[in-house]
Every structure is written in C-alpha cells, then in structure tokens.
Write a protein that binds this ligand. Structure first.
Ligand code: KG4
Ligand code: ZN
Length: 356
C-alpha cells in the first residue's frame, strides 16, 4: 500500500489530500479545501497576485488539518505530489515548493502532476470507474477538450476550444447578467426556473481553411456575444430582463454542443465509453443530457463524482498513485512549474532532465 500527500494550488482553490491505494483501488483518506472564490468574486475573476498569497497562507493549515483528522503523520507517507502545470505560475510555485521541501526533508519521492491528468484521474475516485480506452470530455474554467485515452497515460487530443473554455463562457455570461463569480453554479441556480427553449443561441462551429467544420472543436465567444446582444436588445426595448430564461437557454445550448460533439467523437472513434470531468462537469443539465443521450446510443458514461469536479487535491493524489504504481515513477527535484504544458507530454514530468 502507498499513501500520498497531494497538494493543489494551480488557481483559486488551495487544497491538500491524503490518498492511498491497495491492490489498484484508490481510497481517499482525507481531503481539505480552502476556497478563495469569495475574495476573487469582489474582482469578477481570479487575481493572480492575491491567489498566490492566499495559497501561501492556507497551505500549512490545510496540511496540518488533513494529517490531524486522519491521525496520520508525515512519517507514514510514501510520496508527496503537487500540481506543477498548467495554471498560474506564482500559485503553482507555492504548492510545488512546499511538496519538494517536504519530500526533501523526509527523503521520500516527489511527483509533479499535470493538472489535466488530475482532472482525468478524478474518475478513479468513483467506485465503478471505466478502464481505458475511453474518450474524456474535460470541461473546466481553462479547458474544453476531447481527449482519447488509449491506455493509462497515453493521450491524444481530438477536440478543443478555439477561444473561451466552457467554464470561462459561464463566468463571462454570468458577469453580463450581473451574477456572481464563479458563473457556473450561479447560472445553474437561476436556470432552474427558466425556459431553455426561450432564446435560440448559436452553436459555435470552427471552420476549416478548405471548407467545412472541425467536427470535434468548440467556439464559445460567439455565443457570449449573442447573449450580450440579446440583453442589450431587451434593455433598449425597456423590457424586464428574463434572466432565468436567458440563463436556461445559454446553459442548454452549451450542454447540447458538448453532448453532440462528444458523442459523435466517441462513435467515430469506435469507442463505447465516455468520461466527463472538470468544473463544468458539475453542471446538472449537462450530466443529465449526457447520460440520457449516451444511453440512447449504447455509450457508457462515467461522470466524475460531484465533489471532485472542481479543483481539489484528491484528484491530484489519484493521478500520483497511478503514476507511482505503474513504474515506481518520480519527478526530479529540479522540476519547476509552467503556466502551460501539453497533456500529451506529461510523461516528461518524470524525466531525469525535466522540461521546465
Ligand atoms: O475545474 P475547475 O474548478 O477549475 C479549472 O481548472 O478551471 O473549473 C472551474 C469552472 C468555472 O468556470 C466554473 O464557473 C465552472 O467550472 N463550474 C460550473 C459549475 N460549477 C463550476 N459550470 C457550470 N455548472 C456548474 N454547476
Ligand atoms: Zn481545474
């Protein structure tokens, strides 16, 4: 059995978790999160300088708490992991330096984790998770990607957003409607009382240079503009803003686009299994629509457990355990952090000569 202390500080959630694995089954021992969302909400989005300072203040307490609650001590730990890419560089540094310091002091391995591999690994925290090959729809505040997982750690990106990520679209549209940050939960809440068919917003497509469209790619910036224009039109007509209907229609079209393109990709690839992860995977309309339409196409869907959709350290620990169990992998203490790095090259995070 291995026990891992994992840290997540890539954006606006400071988090520490303890996870273990026994005979390939991953167990969560403890999971602590300090969200900075309320503070960033004052600014309408994440302020990088504030985020890194708060990580620095929060992390020692979170680590202390996760050990105290689980009645474990650092001497019981086999490795320490932290997110090292992608994310806000100053924020990533806090988690990465903390993890490397602990690993060095206690002479245990350090593993740098790719944040998207973390999101992908959230599915292994559910009881009946699928095994590769499968297609993953990863929808978060920074990414909207369709990733084919051929075997453990072998990734192929088949689709992506060319502008805003799905979560970013939720956040920006919420702002247009005067709702709080983060926009996803705020829109979901008011959309419950709205008519999802009231407004026909566009399903953004990405044109190919020679004609036609990229079948698995996404574009959400036109949708955001369409919502903006609709709001302006209603205001100019001095009409009351039906924000419930606008929210429901927006949420519905985002879910439709994500579901249609993901299912088409699964079928075209000859797969029969789809995994949904990331902050936007917490959206109820998306979860329901994906499950029902997939079952009509005889596709199995695995939804990341609700509590592990948005950023957390348990998913980083799960990713670390999977790396550790396959080949006793560890990262060099020289591994730094990077704001961007492709998921397809995440094996290089375990190279003796790290890429950053
Ligand atoms: O995965 P995550 O916590 O952070 C990133 O890695 O980006 O995702 C955060 C994003 C935000 O844009 C937030 O608005 C969105 O996920 N989100 C949601 C919901 N909960 C969070 N979007 C739609 N519906 C939700 N229930
Ligand atoms: Zn994330």
């Amino acid at each position: 059995m291995s026990i891992i202390l994992s840290l997540e500080t890539s954006c606006d959630e400071s988090a520490a978790a303890l996870v273990s694995d026994e005979k390939g089954k991953i167990d969560l021992i403890g999971n602590e999160i300090a969200s900075q969302v309320e503070e960033h909400a004052n600014w309408g989005g994440v302020v990088p300088e504030i985020a890194s300072r708060r990580h620095l203040e929060n992390l020692p307490f979170l680590i202390e708490k996760v050990f105290a609650k689980s009645k474990l001590q650092i001497k019981d730990i086999d490795a320490v992991a932290a997110t090292v890419t992608p994310g806000l560089a100053g924020s990533l540094l806090v988690g990465s330096i903390t993890a490397r310091t602990l690993a060095n002091l206690h002479q245990i391995p350090f593993l740098g984790i790719h944040h998207l591999e973390g999101h992908l690994s959230s599915i292994y925290l559910s009881a009946n998770h699928p095994k590769p090959p499968f297609l993953v729809l990863l929808v978060s505040g920074g990414h909207t990607e369709l990733i084919k997982v051929d075997s453990q750690h072998k990734y192929q990106r088949l689709g992506r957003s060319h502008d805003d990520a799905a979560g970013e679209a939720f956040d920006k549209v919420a702002r247009l409607m005067g709702l709080s940050y983060p926009g996803g939960p705020a829109i979901q809440k008011i959309a419950e009382n709205g008519d999802p068919k009231k407004f026909l917003f566009p399903k953004g497509r990405v044109s190919k240079p020679g004609g036609g469209f990229y079948p698995y790619d996404f574009s959400f910036s036109g949708l955001k503009t369409a919502v903006f224009r609709q709001i302006e039109k209603l205001k100019s007509e001095n009409k009351n803003l039906p924000i419930e209907d606008i929210a429901a229609s927006f949420e519905n079209v985002v879910a439709e686009v994500l579901v249609e393109r993901s299912l088409r990709c699964v079928l075209d690839q000859g797969l029969n299994s789809l995994v949904l992860v990331g902050g936007v995977a917490a959206n109820n309309r998306l979860r329901k629509m994906m499950s029902s339409q997939a079952s009509q196409n005889s596709i199995k869907v695995a939804l990341a457990p609700m509590e592990f959709c948005t950023d957390n350290a348990a998913m980083i620990g799960a990713a670390a355990l999977l790396r550790l169990s396959l080949s006793d992998t560890q990262s060099s203490m020289e591994l730094g952090v990077s704001a961007r790095w492709p998921l397809e090259k995440s094996d290089l995070l375990y190279d003796l000569n790290p890429p950053f």
